[in-house]
Design a protein around this ligand. Structure first.
Ligand code: UDP
Length: 404
């Protein structure tokens, strides 16, 4: 099939280039590669954010990236992109009307891509599939006044959910959230994100250890990822070290206010010598860090999906996580890891201590974690399920809207 992916702010090329990219960049890159690998003709539309970028870029993974001129050709913060979405949608509509390539299905990632995609897909008479990745309602609940999303996000997301042909939820928890928002339940299908089982495997080089039991935690250095809770928890685990991977490059950590807060928290707890901030690690080196860990602690306050627990599992590392979002599906308590309530460092500490004290259970969890990632969360499985879904929505006849 000819599949148009829209990922307005998160270019898959950021992943290939090794820049510090978040979950959506990785998701779109891996998914597009997996769909191309089974014979689909995939184009990913992302915003042109530098003057020197070619319009079309063919990737080694068999799909094409198209840079859409919408807004200034320079980096623009995600929360400031909304005004450029009509131009983005218009450009797509024009391209698909006059160019030599028309999609049979459009798959939008994040709500703003959905807005651009809705206009263009309706005009082209093709179905639109929406993956939100994150929901404004959840962000608002957890971040309150600190939520910098554009006003109207929640209303846009609701309208989108009622207008698109199918919503792909990433986990069971998201279904409840979508239904509460007003998306009709029959329109929602769960297709979890996959994990790259070649990049993330138990076999390969291992980052240096410090001689102590290693609790690894990974992610962008933002408060809602719960790193402060992990540091408090590790303070309760004698002789364990806490390694934090992510954030700005190592040289810039000192200038990062949140990194400084984490360091001062470690000092105030008397564990500065057991807490190490590594900074950003290129994607291809992430496996070394996962493999060096005795356990991955993932303590987000909320998490739309959460790739890092799955990546750790694929490397054969047990996960102690908070029972939120995608972790509720990926981590099986008592089999591949343990789950504790969010924002309860004492519970997290107790779970980490118990697991680090029990080598046999750790080994059993590690084996089951790898097996679960391998059998349930390969990108090939995700591509199969989406191929079926695209086929279903494309089979529904729809009129092409005549554009004045
Ligand atoms: N990651 C990375 N280098 C780092 C920290 C994180 O490549 O220094 C990757 C990590 O391996 C994962 C992604 O960034 O693939 C984070 O995805 P997740 O879903 O955990 O969080 P998000 O950033 O989407 O909130």
């Amino acid at each position: 099939m000819r599949i148009a992916m829209i990922s307005e702010h998160a270019s898959p090329l950021a992943v290939l280039g090794g820049e510090d990219a978040g979950g959506q960049n990785t998701h779109v890159a891996e998914l597009s590669a997996a769909l191309a690998a089974v014979g689909h003709d995939v184009r990913v539309y992302t915003r042109l954010d530098a003057v020197d970028l070619p319009v079309n870029v063919r990737t080694p993974d068999g799909y094409e990236v198209v840079h859409v001129p919408a807004g200034p050709a320079e980096p623009v913060a995600k929360d400031d992109l909304l005004p450029y979405m009509p131009a983005f949608g218009q450009w797509l509509a024009d391209r698909w009307r006059t160019g030599d390539w028309q999609p049979e299905v459009v798959h939008a990632h994040f709500w703003m891509s959905g807005l651009a995609g809705l206009a263009a897909a309706r005009r082209a008479g093709v179905p639109l599939v929406q993956t939100y990745h994150a929901l404004g309602s959840v962000k608002r609940r957890h971040q309150g006044a600190q939520d910098t999303s554009p006003p109207g996000r929640i209303d846009h997301e609701r309208r989108l959910g009622r207008s698109v042909d199918r919503v792909v939820a990433q986990c069971q928890d998201e279904i409840a959230e979508l239904v509460r928002m007003g998306v009709p339940r029959p329109r929602i299908t769960v297709v979890p994100s996959g994990v790259n089982l070649t990049t993330f495997s138990p076999f390969g080089p291992v980052a240096d250890g410090g001689g102590r039991a290693r609790v690894l935690t990974v992610g962008r250095l933002v408060e809602r990822k719960g790193f402060q809770d992990v540091i408090r928890a590790v303070a309760e685990v004698p002789d364990a070290e806490c390694v934090v991977v992510g954030g700005p490059p190592a040289g810039l950590l000192e200038a990062d206010p949140y990194a400084r807060r984490l360091r001062s928290l470690a000092r105030s707890l008397g564990v500065a010598d057991r807490v190490r901030l590594v900074g950003a690690v290129p994607r291809e080196e992430m496996g070394r860090w996962y493999r060096s860990a005795d356990v991955l602690a993932a303590a987000p306050w909320y998490e739309p999906f959460g790739l890092t627990p799955l990546e750790a599992m694929a490397c054969g590392v047990p996960v102690v996580g908070t029972a939120v979002g995608g972790l509720i599906d990926t981590v099986v308590p008592g089999r591949t890891g343990d789950l504790v309530p969010a924002r309860e460092p004492a519970a997290l500490g107790a779970a980490l201590r118990a697991l680090l004290d029990d080598r046999i259970r750790r080994f059993a969890y590690a084996t089951a974690a790898r097996e679960r990632a391998r059998t349930r969360y390969s990108w090939a499985t995700a591509a199969d399920r989406l191929t079926e879904l695209y086929g279903e929505v494309a089979a529904v006849r729809r009129p092409t809207r005549v554009v004045a």
